[in-house]
Design a protein around this ligand. Structure first.
Ligand code: GDP
Ligand code: MG
Length: 456
């Protein structure tokens, strides 16, 4: 498998410093295949891989990962970045009702999603109503009524007698016929207002392929009701056509967010990347079945690993990084314990090492027996850190190695040299003495029995 190949090929290439062009190219070839397999649109594949190549070439190789893993890590981060760009919740209107319009091809899952969203909003304490503005087929209204009933929410539908035979572009002819989707949408909102519904979900018509009449009708509805959100529903199985369809809807109607439907199927979700990359709109929901509860908030990280289909490689990368961190922590602990008599020189060295590694606190928390110290450090900010360092640097080598010999006049000199109060030097020496005792105890017994919260 791809995973085996990636782990196998590069297994012996750790710690090479920087990613070379050939490291990157080898892996990019595999990534390209994975993206194409996931049905990401070809122009998006091209653009994406060249962006990754640019970022990855010359990037530093962390000690934990081999070059291939490093590239995949970058790919994954980029994917999550694109899929998670502008991630947000539904925008609710300051003055209700919030109007949410649905747009998308026929069969994309709009009507089904209307019910799901209604049910979800109802659970959250809203009083949503669905409006049937798809009048292309008489049974579209019936379908929405069934969906609304399943979701346990209200529905506004035109009278049946007036449906049918209407042109998609018939809006704006001055008639107030229930057969006109623009009028129905308007009346639905007025109805919602009068009945205190705080969210209106407007279902619209779609055709099997993008067509001008359909776009015009949806655009007219949008203009008439100025919705707070226009959600573009797209079938995850749409494959290569995702870009063209999304662009057509973006230009023809415009939308504020995306709903990816039928993610319960085999689709690897390439459409998600295609749509997010070409429209820049956030994917907000994932529809995962025909049932009214089959709706999830969209998770960029899950989608990224579905598209890459490298869940096991990503897990491996995570494990490798964690193991590497733990290895460094162990090394630190060994150094701590080996210090026969902990001196200020050791202290300076430790501090430099810890600073280099980033987070002192998180390192200490990983060391057995150091939780208490890490907790104390929570109150210590970086500036205080610098003051401590200044004080230690003002000590002579003798003083650093013999802290107990630092008498009053030496303390005054250290304080002057480092620009702090004598009381601060006193405090440091006191704390240092305690730490020294703790180190010895740890070195001897490998733990501190009797102290709550610490492993014995
Ligand atoms: P619309 O034409 O955009 O309103 O699409 P519909 O809501 O009528 O859905 C078209 C078909 O897809 C119906 O048979 C739905 O049951 C089905 N469908 C919609 N969403 C999903 C989904 O997330 N998963 C699955 N498996 N089927 C879905
Ligand atoms: Mg429908």
């Amino acid at each position: 498998s791809l995973s085996d190949r990636l782990t196998g090929t590069f297994a012996n290439l750790r710690g090479k410093g920087r990613l070379s062009e050939s490291d990157v190219n080898k892996t990019i070839r595999d990534i390209r295949m994975a993206l194409i397999d996931a049905d990401v649109a070809l122009p998006v594949v091209k653009e994406f891989t060249s962006a990754v190549r640019e970022r990855a070439t010359g990037a530093e190789v962390s000690g934990a990962l081999n070059p291939a893993q490093q590239v995949i890590k970058i790919v994954n981060e980029e994917l999550v970045g694109i899929l998670g760009g502008n991630t947000r919740e539904l925008t609710l209107a300051k003055r209700p009702p919030t109007v949410i319009m649905l747009a998308g091809l026929q069969g994309s899952g709009k009507t089904t999603f209307a019910g799901k969203l209604g049910a979800r909003l109802k659970e959250q304490g809203h009083t949503p109503i669905l409006v049937a503005a798809d009048l292309q087929r008489p049974n579209a209204v019936t379908q929405l009524e069934v969906v609304a009933e399943r979701a346990g929410v209200s529905v506004f539908a035109p009278e049946r007698g007036n449906i049918g035979g209407h042109d998609a572009g018939a809006a704006g002819e001055g008639t107030r016929s229930f057969g006109d989707p623009v009028s129905v949408a308007r009346e639905g909102i007025a109805h919602a207002q009068s009945r205190q519904h705080d969210v209106v979900i407007v279902d619209t018509a779609g055709r099997l392929a993008v067509d001008a009449d359909l776009m015009q009708q949806a655009a007219d509805i949008r203009t008439a009701i100025s919705p707070d959100e226009v959600l573009f529903v797209i079938d995850a199985m749409i494959g290569q056509a995702a870009v063209e369809t999304a662009q057509a809807f973006q230009q023809g109607v415009g939308f504020t967010g995306v709903v990816l439907s039928k993610l319960d199927g085999d689709a690897r979700g390439g459409a998600a990347l295609s749509v997010a990359r070409t429209t820049g709109r956030p994917i907000m929901f994932a529809s995962t079945g025909e049932g009214v509860r089959d709706l999830e908030v969209f998770h960029p990280d899950r989608m990224a690993s579905r598209i890459l289909d490298m869940g096991d490689v990503l897990t491996l990368i995570e494990q490798a990084e964690r193991a590497f961190d733990a290895g460094q922590a162990e090394e630190m602990q060994r150094k701590f314990l080996a210090a026969e008599d902990f001196t200020f020189d050791d202290f300076l060295q430790q501090m430099a090492a810890l600073k280099k590694m980033g987070s002192l606190k998180s390192m200490l928390k990983m060391m057995p027996g150091m939780g208490q110290m890490a907790a104390q450090l929570d109150n210590l900010d970086e500036r205080e850190f610098d003051r401590v360092e200044a004080m230690v640097r003002s000590m002579t080598p003798f003083e650093r190695n013999h802290p107990k010999q630092i008498n009053g006049s030496r303390r005054a000199r250290i304080a002057r040299g480092s620009g702090v109060q004598v009381s601060e030097v006193n405090q440091l020496l006191e704390r240092f003495g305690e730490a020294q005792k703790m180190m010895k105890q740890l070195a001897r017994g490998g733990g501190m029995p009797g102290m709550p919260g610490l492993p014995g």
